[in-house]
Each structure stands twice: as structure tokens, then as C-alpha cells.
Design a protein around this ligand. Sequence first.
Ligand code: IVH
Length: 683
Amino acid sequence: MAGLAATIEQANADYYRADAPTMGDATYDALKQELAALEAEHPHLAAPDSPTSKVGAAPSEAFGKVTHAVRMMSLENAFSEQDVADFVARIRSFLNLSADAPLAFTAEPKIDGLSLSIRYEVGRLVQAATRGDGTTGEDVTANALHIRDLPHRLRGPHVPDLVEVRGEVYMTHADFAALNEGGEGRVFANPRNAAGGALRQLDPTVTARRPLHFFAYGWGALSQPLAPTQSGAVARLAEFGFSTNPLMRLCHSVGDLLAAWAEIEQRRATLGYDIDGVVYKLDDLGLQTRLGYRSTTPRWALAHKFPAQTAWTRLDRIEIQVGRTGALSPVARLDPVTVGGVVVSNATLHNEDYIAGRAADGAEIRGGVDIREGDWVRVFRAGDVIPKLDAVDLDRRPEGSAPYAFPETCPACGSEALREPGDAVRRCTGGLACPAQAIEKLRHFVSRAAFDIEGLGSRQVEAFYNAGWIAEPADIFALAERRADLLSTPGYGEKSVTALLAGIEARRVIPLDRLIFALGIRHVGEQAARLLARRFHDWHSFVAAVDAAHDEDTDAWRDLTAIEGVGSVMARSLTTSFAQETERAAIDRLVAQLTDIVPVEAPKTEGSPIAGLTVVFTGTLEKMTRAEAKVRAEAMGAKVAGSVSARTDLVVAGPGAGSKAKKAAELGVRVIDEDEWLTIAQG
Ligand code: IVH
């Protein structure tokens, strides 16, 4: 029992705190059930702090702590129809209701995200906190302000003075895929971990770049009840402006509950976000109160989990794809197998360490077992996300198989493929001479957020490259000279060729941020391109700044890396790309084809009295939360810092401002009160 408890505790810490699970959900559930069963059998051996009596993991130290006014509970799990029937029977027996007395339940998807409690006072968002251990969570207010469907103010005439809304933060499959492909460095295992990583960012600007969503399904403290029923209360939350799940159903029998479960499971693959079961809740809130809670779970709710979506199949071979930045990405080609209703024939293998059974930090994954061609592997899918392999059946490993030898040369061009120290990825050194890199770079160049050329998509780019018409972006602007070739291409006619060439001509005028993004420089994503464009305004200033920053012992380097959202990794990627002769020549040839690079307007900070100033907020602000004040100040062009130093320009001190206001006075920094700040903020 102690061994089981320790294993579960470790899995909890990995899952909740590090957002890096080390154990599959089904395994975790099974271990927890086993421990609970042993504890039921031998209650005198149950540890008082057993993981079966706790929720989640204690909050980490990095964020402020929030003690929840009402504890955040977990849910009892069910895995079979019998479990569901037992649940309903227990409720009837507890309430002394006959088997045919009417009883209503809600059934709704169990969102696989992170629970969040958001406090609204007089209709205004004042605090957001993670669940933590259920009693104490982390203050993530600044980050929560960036969740797309979380209202900052509640709508409607009858909003109670205090509303604590509870629900699930999640990331959609599409946004998750874009994030993992966006090369922000870390690859997340699943949308849930990506959402956790985004929400628990110490830098809210990072959260802002990661699209998070929220479904409201419950509440904590309230100054006034919302409705007499669960379904009524959730409808009120929708009126206040929250997103609530459209699949919620009202059920009147065990049969209804199971039908709702089956319907939701059937729609699982097309929802666009992860769910891992269906939650049933007794609809009558008066009855919920009578039923009350066990140590960590309500008696009036049940989570009916879906079976894990996994399947065993044979890994036929490992193929290497070469990406835009030269990264060699291994892909498993599988004997097609159905996983959760979808046929899977490919799975990502991430990188060579992953194949060898090692994580980035050297720790073992899959118990250190490597993956070989011919192996039987277990495929798992979380919703629609790219399938992964999480186990190898060593008993079925073919005799005489050998560990996979990761190529040290590029399979597309034969150039050397190198692995930099500290980088998990091996990269082709062929640059634009490598056809795979060249095609991927061209694809990126014409993509939606880059040049977005009408009529020139991924397929056309590859065909034109293979025909020898375009080798680099500048060549696209010379396609007009190939009119005759284009006309003789199958599928093209006078009209489509004219349209294509017009589409290309139209893009000789391009906004600076799109141009920077289109260059496809590693680490420079869409958002970074926008920040750079805003900061440097025109192409020539941008190029001059990047060139000057090549020497890292210069003010130019310090200026570049001082831009919010541009770290030294991105800056170095820019300076090395621009200094690399062939790459630079290709950029110059492209720019020569453009007639106008349109500057990007910075957000209006003109006339803002605090633009460029470093501001510190301290003490209690009464009319605006500190998080809101920070967002507002940043929108007005100020930099908000957490502590007062010689570089601080302005301190906004509310009542109770202690040492920071004192330090400001000593340093001669200007200190203003909240009213003065509001005059500026409403400016
Ligand atoms: S109700 C007191 N409803 O599942 C009941 N929880 O395993 C509190 N979850 O901590 C939870 N979807 O983070 C509820 N529709 C839903 C949910 C849901 C996801 C999460 C929630 C909870 C966990 C328990």
C-alpha cells in the first residue's frame, strides 16, 4: 500500500505540477482503485495522508496562494454501467426515495483540462485561482485575463455581488497542433498539459500567445443562489456571458444517463477538444445539499470515464521527414489500426532520444524501452490529436531486431545532420540546397499568416519546385516569365494562370510583420514577427538592428533582447540567419522583388503619459484589480515591474502599500495614489 501511494504521489506531482505526465490515465486510475480497494479491506492500514483522500498536488511556490472560499472538489470515477446504476441507487437510498420516485440528473462532457475558480465582485473579475490541492490554489489572475471566453465583466441586471465561477480551462486540438508546430521550444504531450503550461506561465505575455478557452460548469461562493437546479444555474452562467457546454442533457433514469454517455462518446472525435468522460450531477440543488460530500468528492456527482483510446499494432518502418528549419522528424509508419473510431497509420516519434526511450532531461520513458522497426507498439489517441506510441510489447519483438540507427545525414539531400549540444533535434545542414527544406520553406512562405498567395498552395509549391521553376521565395515573383510553362501544366488554363499571376503581383506590397514571419526563421513565429515589426517600424531599420546585434556585446544586442517577447534564443536565431551568406542573399533577392513593405502601427500609445515608463503597482487597488491595472498600463505602452528599483519611473500605491512605497520615496521615484492612476488610465 505504501508503494502504491508513493507511485501515485509521484504521478500526481508530474501531472499537476510539472504538466508532464509520466503515466497513462488508465494506469493511474487502476492504481488508485487498487489502493482504495486495499484501504477499504484494511482500513487500519490506510495512511491518513493517502493519495486517495487528496485532490491534485499542493500548489507550487512560484505563484501567490489563494485559499478557496469553498473547497474545490474532485469527482468519483465510474468505469461501467453497473457503477452508474449503483450511483443512482445509492442516492435513492440516501434520500429514502422509492425506485420510481422521479429524479433528474444533468449529463455533460468531462472536459480534460484544468479546473479554475474565478471570483467576480460586483460583476468584475477580481481573482482567478487554480485548484491546487483543493483548499489552496495558485493565483493566476494575470494569466486568466487572457483566456478567450472568460468575461472580465458579467452581463445582466441580476448578477449577485459575489460570484465564484468554476469550470475547466482547455486548449483546442487545432490550437494545440499550431503551438507544437510553432517551434516555441517545448513540445507538450497533449492539449491539457499545454493549457496547464500556458495558464501557469510566470510571464502573462506568454499566456496571451497561447489560446485558452473556458467552459463554466459550476460555482463556489455566491452571495445569492443562482437557481434551484444545476441546469438552471448553468443557464444563469451562460446569461452572465460564460461559455457553457452545449452537450449538456437532462436525464431521468439510468437508461437516459447511459444514452447521454453513448451520444457524447460518439461525438468525442469531432468536438475539437479533449474530453475523457461524462459527468452526471443530480439536478435538484436542495437534494445536492442534503447529500453533501465525502472527503474529496460530492455524493451527488459521478464521472463516467471513457475507456482509454489505445490499440496495439505493428510498426512497419520509421521514416524521417525534414522540416523547414532542417529538423529531422521521425515518423512511425504503422499497420493501420482503429483507435477510438479513427484509423491511425502514422504516429510521431519526436526525436532520436524519444525512440531510444529517453526524455529530454535524460530520464527514462516507457521504462527505458526503445522503439524498433517491426515492434508491436501501443498507439494512443487523445481526441483528435496526433497519435503517439506509449508502450512496446517486448514479448513480440522480432528476433534479431536492432535498435534504430538515427541517420546522421539528411535523407533528402545527403548533407550532414548535426545535433547541437542541448538540442534534442538533429538538423540537416544543407540549408536551401536541401530540397526538403527548400519546399517546406516555400510552403511556409505562401501560408496563410505569411504571404498568403491566392492560388499558390502547398501542392502547387511542391510541383513548381520539382519542375525547377521556383527554388526560393524570390522566384515566385518571376513566375510571370513562365506563363507558357504554366499554361501547359495539367489543370491550368488561361483563367487560372491569370488569377495566379495576379495573386502574386498583389503581394509585392506586404506588411512588415508578414514579411518577417514569412522568412521562416527558427523561433520567429507570427506573434514575434509582429512585435519586431512594431518595434522597428520599417524593413531597413529592422535589418540594421539585426545586423548590429550580431556582436552580442553591443547595445544593439541588448536592445533587441530587451523587446518583450524576444529572448536571446530568438535574437540569436535572427542574427545568425541574417549573417549567413546564402540565406541573406536569398532574403535580399526577395526584398528586391517587393515594391512596398508596409510599416505596422504600434498600438496607440501616443499621448499616453506613461508610454515607455516602468511602473510598479503596490498596495490594494480598490477600483481595479492589480491584474487589470497591469494589462491597462501595458496597453498604454508602460512596462510593469514587480519591485521598485532605480529604474522605476512611477509607483501607484494603494492603501497598505508598505516597503515598496517607502523605497520609492527614498529613491525619489514619483508615487501616485489610485485616483490619480485612474485619471491616467481613463486618459
Ligand atoms: S464538476 C464538485 N463538471 O474533473 C464537482 N468537473 O475529476 C466538481 N471536470 O476537478 C467538478 N469537466 O477539473 C465537473 N463538467 C464537469 C467537468 C469537471 C471536467 C474536471 C474538474 C474536476 C475533475 C474531477
